[in-house]
Each structure stands twice: as structure tokens, then as C-alpha cells.
Ligand binder design. Structure first.
Ligand code: LLP
Length: 426
């Protein structure tokens, strides 16, 4: 795992602490956050995108400690539900540094966001414009908003597809004219303050040309808005989606390279359209927290299946990492509690759940002497693992342990069977 070295006894160390000590104190499975690594990633984005606002996308993983880390580092925060908003506010995130997303925010969620004074709400439908204006008017305030524009760029991991129309639930279509109509409607609405346009083209993106096409398209719309109403919008948000390395096959761009390419395309396009360069913002989630976490499991059983491969079962599985089953995502695994010089064997790391799709790592070479009691580390699990974890088979969700300078602290405690049973009031 990145940021993880082997200690003298051969065990992996994170934040100057051996994983065997972490497992002894906190148990397994556990998500282990290298806090120094996460902070370094925040700083990398901030310095690469100097003069821009960096919104950490809380959907990747959010907890009060994470809110404090990103607030201390100077990031903003993107939330997409009342629950995420609650975590942010309860950890003291300044409301004006919060952006609120979602294609179906409820009246209750919108009201809470406006009352809290969130810096911006990213509106996603005509109904929401009406709903939000009514709420804002009844509270006697005004609200800054961005428009989520569907730019017709669909990004995949190694490519992007630009189509005229995108068939999906988010945003206002650019090609169909809805985005321009939404902008004009909001400009005419006195309680809403239209600050800019927003686009988000996908997640785990390596091909940055998708961002370039989308930036050009939203700036084109900005020029149309200016021509129609004489208004130049001061902000532009290009969303998140920056890919990370899950295996050695992946080759993500450094934030500084991304920033250079995005800056250039935005300034070129603004020159062409004779627009002032807007204040840019981005919303990385995965790229900030993904590589900073690994999941620590204990091996329970090892089974050689007909000489095809060895199934190594760990004490978690698809309830703490659904991404392999859901997206066919690739991960790697390594024996973390000791060094081994045994020859490699083809292994599949599987969980303890009652279905055969319960795979954590599809293919990995592990030492032939892998055995019950070994600790396994699966790196790159900071994003969309704890946040998408479930209680399938009534398995309690693992804790998140943050390690820094040789000290570990629990930031999200382990769920217990009692926690689960407490919800069962029948
Ligand atoms: N901004 C918006 C508006 C988004 O919808 C998302 C992610 C982000 C930012 C952050 O994207 P990131 O930088 O983390 O790629 N569950 C999936 C990922 C879903 C992403 C949804 N939106 C996964 O596990 O891969």
C-alpha cells in the first residue's frame, strides 16, 4: 500500500505504527487511515489548483474527524444528503464552505441547508428551482446556487464518450436547451443568486480530455447566458472524478498536471468567448481519501480449489467493500503481518458472506504459506468502501482507525450486533 512500509519484524507499518499493533488494539476487519497521507493529498490539490476552491466530495467517506481534517487543510466540502450535511455541521464545518448536491433533495433537506447558510446549492431540476425559491423566500433570505449542467460527456476509466444527449438523471441538458432555460429562470428569480455552472462527468477518470470537452461546453453556455441577459457568471465548477491507482496497471495524472491542462483549456476558451476567467472549483473525493486507507483483515480459512487457485477467506467481505462485486473493481492484497519468502500462488481473496460473488480481490499472488491468522491488507479502500458498507448477513460494519505519528485513534467505532439489534423493534 502507498505510504506503508515494512517494519523490522516484516510487518507493514503505517504512520509509524505496525499493523500487528493496530489489529491487536482495534481488531479486524478495520479500515486504517493514514492521516498524514490524506492531509498531503489535500495539500497537493490545493497547491496544484491554487486560486481555485477544492471541495472534498464527502460521499467518498465522511466522518466528523474527516470534516475537521479537510476544514483544517483549507478545503471546502461537497455534501449530497441531509445526513452528510448533519455530519459536516456537527463537526463545525463553516456552512459557507459547503456545497449541497443531489437530484432529489427533499424540502426538509433544502430548508436545513438554507437555514444553515450553506455557501451554495447545486440545483438539478426545474421543480427544485421552484421549491428552493419558495423556501428561501419564506425564510426571508437569499441563496447562492450553481446549475448542474449535463454536458453530454460521459467519462469512463480510460476513455470518454461525447454524445449529443445524455440519458441520465442528473442535471439540466445542455444540448436540449434546458440548462439555458434554467439559467434564465434563476436569473429572473430575485431570491436566488446564480453564481455559476457546474458539471461532473464521472468518476475514476484517467483520460483528462473529458474535462476539457466539458469545460469548453459549459463556457459556451456561459457565453450564451451573457448574450441573452448580459450576465457573466463568476464561478465554474468542473466536478470530481480524478482516478487513482488501485493496481499497478493504473496510471493517474498528478493534480499539478490536471490543473495545468484544465487551466489552459479554461483560459483559452474564455479568450475565444471573450469571457472573464471565472473562479474555478473542483470536487475530488476518491483522489483525496482513496489511497490513504487500507482495509486490514484476518485470514480465517485457506482452501486450494482443484489446483485452479487458492481461496483465502477473510473476516469481512462484500459488506465492507462492495466495489469488487458491484463494479468489477480491481484491488490488490498483501500479507501484512509478516514477510514471507514462500513462492507466490494465485489467490482470490473472498469474504465471509453467504454468496459466491463475495469477492474482495479477484486475482492476487500471495505467498504459498498464507495461513489462518495472517493479516491481509487491501490498499486503496478509503473511497466508497466504508461509505457504501452494508450490514449484509447482519455483519457489523468495521471501525475506521486513523494513524498519525505512531498513534492510532478510532474515528468511527466498530458497529456491534447490539447496534443492529437496537434497530429491530418488532
Ligand atoms: N462531485 C459530484 C457531483 C459527484 O457526483 C461525485 C461522485 C464527485 C464529485 C466525486 O467523485 P470522485 O472524485 O470521488 O470520483 N460509488 C462509485 C463512485 C460514485 C461517484 C458518484 N459521484 C464508486 O465506488 O466508484
Amino acid at each position: 500500500p502507498e505510504g506503508v512500509a515494512r517494519a523490522a519484524d516484516g510487518a507493514l507499518a503505517v504512520g509509524d505504527l505496525s499493523v500487528t499493533a493496530v489489529a491487536a488494539e482495534f481488531g479486524t476487519p478495520a479500515y486504517v487511515l493514514d492521516e498524514g497521507d490524506m492531509r498531503a493529498r489535500c495539500r497537493d490539490f490545493l497547491s496544484a489548483f491554487a486560486g481555485c476552491d477544492v471541495y472534498y466530495a464527502g460521499k467518498a467517506f465522511l466522518s466528523k474527524a474527516v470534516v475537521r481534517i479537510i476544514a483544517e487543510e483549507g478545503l471546502h466540502l461537497d455534501v449530497c444528503s441531509g445526513g452528510e450535511l448533519r455530519v459536516a455541521l456537527s463537526a463545525g464545518m463553516p456552512a459557507e464552505r459547503i456545497g449541497f448536491h443531489g437530484n432529489n433533495k427533499s424540502v426538509d433537506e433544502l430548508t436545513r441547508a438554507v437555514e444553515a447558510g450553506v455557501g451554495r446549492i447545486i440545483v438539478d431540476s426545474f421543480q427544485e428551482i421552484d421549491r428552493l425559491s419558495a423556501i428561501v423566500r419564506s425564510l426571508g433570505v437569499s441563496q447562492k446556487v450553481l446549475i448542474r449542467v449535463t454536458v453530454g460527456v460521459e467519462a469512463h476509466t480510460h476513455e470518454f464518450i461525447a454524445t449529443a444527449h445524455e440519458d441520465q438523471k442528473f442535471g439540466f441538458s445542455l444540448a436540449g436547451g434546458a440548462a439555458l432555460d434554467a439559467a434564465l429562470k434563476i436569473i429572473d428569480e430575485d431570491v436566488l443568486d446564480l453564481r455559476g455552472l457546474h458539471s461532473h462527468i464521472g468518476s475514476q477518470i484517467f483520460d483528462t480530455s473529458g474535462f476539457e470537452v466539458s469545460a469548453r461546453r459549459v463556457l459556451g453556455l456561459q457565453a450564451q447566458i451573457r448574450d441573452a441577459r448580459g450576465v457573466e457568471l463568476p464561478e465554474l465548477d468542473l466536478g470530481g472524478g480524478f482516478g487513482i491507482a488501485y493496481t499497478t496497471q493504473d496510471d493517474p495524472s498528478a493534480p499539478s498536471d490536471l490543473a495545468k491542462r484544465i487551466d489552459k483549456i479554461v483560459s483559452d476558451e474564455c479568450e475565444t468567448q471573450r469571457l472573464e476567467v471565472p473562479r474555478l472549483s473542483i470536487e475530488p473525493g476518491r483522489a483525496i481519501v482513496g489511497p490513504a486507507v487500507f482495509t486490514l483483515y484476518e485470514v480465517g480459512t485457506v482452501k486450494d480449489v482443484d489446483g485452479i487457485r487458492t481461496y483465502v477467506s477473510v473476516d469481512g467481505g462484500m459488506s465492507d467493500n462492495i466495489r469488487t462485486a458491484l463494479y468489477d473493481a480491481s484491488y490488490s492484497a498483501t500479507v501484512a503481518s509478516r514477510a514471507s519468502s514462500a513462492p507466490p500462488i494465485l489467490a482470490r481473496v473472498v469474504g465471509k458472506h453467504c454468496e459466491s460473488g463475495d469477492v474482495v480481490v479477484k486475482d492476487e499472488f500471495l505467498p504459498a504459506d498464507v495461513q489462518p491468522g495472517d493479516l491481509l491488507a487491501v490498499p486503496g479502500t478509503g473511497a466508497y468502501c466504508r461509505s457504501m458498507a452494508s450490514n449484509y448477513n447482519h455483519v457489523p460494519r468495521p471501525p475506521v482507525v486513523a494513524v498519525r505519528d505512531g498513534r492510532a485513534r478510532v474515528i468511527v467505532r466498530r458497529e456491534t450486533e447490539d447496534d443492529l439489534l437496537a434497530l429491530d423493534v418488532g
